[in-house]
Write a protein of this length. Structure first.
Lengths: 409, 409
């Protein structure tokens, strides 16, 4: 008998038929003698509908009231899931985030979990009930409903698994697991059987949108091993766990491209101490997520600064840089160009040299120009032409032989 | 400065435009310097949609889970109403039934209020906030969400008005108040300016469906004076209050017909002690709401029993009576006929004689046959032919001169 926490996202419970399907899966697990906690999201579409209602009443609705409003999405799902389980003869009770003892800070719409008591969940499990918990939401010290923002239900599941000391935590989603690259781009992409928290975090922060970083960070912090798997089949998914020494045998775990990036070139800035600091402080103040940075020093104390940022930050970035340059009395924004960011990720890079060389060589041989480079201990990213992004991903996938079965650790 | 509790039902908050309208009304009251608590229902249609979802998953969904599910309807409205008020520059906070300290017993889907602490509502009011409370719902001692059943939001408003010792309690609805008769039937029907709890209860239990009896009973028990008025205009409505001596000057306050009634005739029952008791016990066990009863004793120890019941109970009534007659070995259900129940209500009947005579005479002169009669201290009801119900109501309205302006007390 194991205690299993399973999370099902909005697509997995998107309509009544899918709720029935999830109930059937839960029934099988329950009949096998396991204790099951099911964390669910709002049915897909419900949250968007409520947000649209609020926005049509107010251009900038109050965050506390948005939490009150949006929390109903998950509350609907938990009740319907419990009712669907009853129909299959499975004893089940639903619990809101607050009832499940998910205590948060006061930051409405982006609350952080401060404690998880799990309420009466252990008692309900020991009485044989499946417990259905509303993801994405908690309660603050003033008894007010809070929500966690995007990917919040993953966070709820991992936090509950940690609090309950669960034997398994499964994040059930609409893909079969984490892949070596996006299978829609790379036909030979392969499901990864095991991946470290850090690798998962790097992939999450790239184009690979299986999970939000916050949930993975929480899992890493409290060492909650979890599996990313499909809601629609029973294939083994990808285990996300603490880094093991043996994981370093694989040099590159996966590769990804993010095509929603821009490169901003600032020319003619004075090459004085503090200039770059002022520019990047202005960008930070404007909440622009700067990623890769290159500075070229020209002649006569004049420099060029180039950096990349997400496409959605492009307008804010250009405005912020323009203003600070005016203030400093020098330099201009030369251009804002769409680029793609190609990255390879793997904890093996720490102990294996030559990864960068292999990556650059592969791209050079294909005539793909590298415009910017950034690296971390376990990741190398390059900015390239958007039009060549898919081809480059396929090339890199092949160069690092990611299609080959990894040794199961 | 007054503390006002206002309740708006599902029709009054049925879409975003109506929510905006209610917000404007509340703003005016707030700007006039009043402290306002607004109790709202689910937007019309929301509850039905959720019930349909639940029923499509389970023919008989669990009541605890139905409460969890249905409570979201009001939770949506309170958040949207607060957001609409913010848009008008009115400070407002929303509270669920539980947060408003509406404590109930454990009877899910038909919970009874045991205590109202009002949570932090007084504090919020003194800080200048309008407080929006989810009607229809509360919380039990185990921290589980409960709901009150039909008309539950009226009950929430009256209970909160009582707990907060409010200066005014307004039940804002889609009619202008309580009328001397249904204006769709009687063109001369007039809005009643004041009515006693008991008269309101009698009218509520008849065809006049302005409010459910439970809320009026609660108001009577705790002496909460309230006004039934329109959500859509500012005309004075009907004040419902404790009976004053001067109220008896009006003999008949109002008249109503209920066309959804049946008359069941049971013939050939043995006229022995206990026979009627057994029949009516069987009806009570089958949850049939028996209203008017007549027993005719025939020759040779054989009696006829006739009684009326709501149309929706007709099938259960016929079945229950049939079974008990079989058991007793005598009597048969002669027929189940649709009838209308015509009633006149007024506390003045206690001190004025001749009301029954005037009613029977008016009907007799119009050739309308009275099939059954029942009376209470403040009401006379007669069963008549359904086809003649509307005409009879107009006739009675005229006979008692209900169109004439009452003396304002």
């Amino acid at each position: 008998m194991a205690l299993i926490v399973q999370k099902y996202g909005g697509t997995s419970v998107g309509d009544l038929e899918r709720i029935r399907n999830v109930a059937s899966r839960v029934k099988k697990n329950h009949e096998a003698g396991n204790e099951i906690v099911v964390v669910v999201s709002a049915r897909s579409g419900v949250t968007n509908r409520l947000v649209a209602d609020a926005r049509s009443l107010h251009p900038n609705p109050n965050e506390r009231e948005m939490d009150m409003l949006l929390a109903v999405g998950e509350q609907e799902t938990i009740a319907l899931m419990a009712i669907a389980l009853h129909r299959l003869g499975v004893p089940a009770v639903s619990r809101t985030g607050g009832q499940a003892g998910i205590k948060t800070d006061f930051a409405h719409t982006r609350a952080r979990i401060v404690k998880v008591t799990a309420g009466d969940i252990r008692e309900q499990l020991s009485e044989g009930n499946v417990v259905i918990v509303a993801g994405f939401q908690g309660i603050n010290q003033h008894n007010q409903i809070t929500t966690f923002g995007r990917g919040g239900s993953d966070l709820s599941a991992i936090a509950l698994a940690s609090s309950l000391n669960a034997d398994q935590c499964q994040i059930c989603t609409d893909v079969d697991g984490v892949f070596t690259a996006d299978p829609r781009i790379v036909s030979t992409a392969r499901k990864i059987s095991q991946i470290s928290y850090d690798e998962m975090l790097e992939l999450a922060s790239l184009g690979s949108k299986v999970m939000q970083s916050r949930a993975v960070e929480f899992a890493k912090k409290f060492d909650v091993e979890f599996e990313v798997c499909s809601s629609f089949n029973n294939k083994p998914g990808t285990i996300v766990k603490k880094e093991a020494a043996s994981m370093e045998e694989v040099v590159v775990r996966g590769a990804a491209v993010d095509k929603d990036q821009v490169k901003i070139v600032v020319s003619q800035v004075h090459d004085q101490p503090g200039t770059a600091a002022k520019v990047f402080q202005a960008l930070a103040d404007a909440e622009v997520n700067v990623d890769m940075i290159v500075q070229n020093i020209g002649h006569g104390g004049i420099a060029n600064l180039t950096f990349s940022a997400p496409l959605e930050d492009a307008f804010r970035a250009e405005k912020a840089v323009g203003e600070i340059l005016d203030l400093m009395g020098g330099g201009k924004v030369e251009g804002v160009d769409r680029i793609a960011k190609l990255s390879v990720v793997g904890v093996g890079m720490r102990t294996h040299s030559g990864v960068a060389a292999k990556l650059f060589t592969a791209l050079a041989e294909a005539g793909i120009n590298i415009q910017l480079i950034s690296t971390s201990e376990i990741k190398i990213s390059v900015a390239i032409d958007v039009d060549k992004a898919d081809a480059a991903l396929r090339l890199v996938h092949e160069a690092f032989e990611l299609e080959k079965e990894e040794t199961v650790l």
